[in-house]
Ligand binder design. Sequence first.
Ligand code: COA
Length: 259
Amino acid sequence: MGDLVIVERRDAVRILTFNRPDKLNALSTPMLTELEAALEEAREDEATRVVILTGAGDRAFVAGADIGEYAEQTDEAFDAFQRFCRRLFDAIDMFPDPVIAAVNGYALGGGFEIALCCDVLIATSTARFGLPEGLLGLSPGGGGTQRLTRAAGPFVAADVLASARRLTADEALRAGIVAEVVAPEELLAAALAKAGAIVKGAPLAVREMLALVRVALETPLAEGLDREHDALVRLRRTADAAEGVRAFVDKREPRFGRG
Ligand code: COA
């Protein structure tokens, strides 16, 4: 693997860092190819419980797709690139374990779209979120129109899309997109603290709950409630549920496995 996505393991947490700071971590095809491999590796690793995505340097998480590449692509290559992004961003969205976006500056275009595929967003006070594709005569292709509308509602989405306005970290917090805003120097610690809180939960239970959040976005309420019931009954039969309940009664810390 190259060094466009740096992979760092810290116990059950994997930190993937977009690493093209001189280009504000713009998403080139080689970088996205590395991201795909790094995610696949994380998914196959039983020991990984949480993935953190962040950007190198102090200016950007990701400032969007690489516009230089756009300029050179044929229509066919552009189409293929967008389909690749669709697959990859869906893989982040559907990643079975929690993915935290630690947003350290610009999250524009594909950068915002990747963040919207994550489960929890933590942002520095300097973070800026936008979908400025309209200024290029284009529209988002990595889920921006769909996921932002679902996440923040049609009025926030219409404003951000049509005016190319960048949301500040506090605006993103108020819109319900960001969970926490921290000082730039506290970002990694805050993301690791969030990961630490997640790791305390039973792995299967956490996975089921994240899947149910996705279900809630896509199904009528009655069906979603059925799915929730089924998941709970399924979890109740696991060794982890027996352990979690027993540990509470015994007033000790639970020791969870993966089932
Ligand atoms: N693709 C390719 N290169 C990018 C990029 C992108 N999406 N975003 C930034 N860069 C590059 C710049 O070209 C510049 O490279 P250079 O030093 O070789 O000229 C470098 O990153 C620094 O960016 P610069 O524009 O000089 O910084 P700035 O502080 O003046 O502006 C932004 C920052 C984010 C406002 C500006 O870079 C920008 O608008 N980027 C494009 C955002 C966008 O439209 N994203 C959606 C793409 S579909």
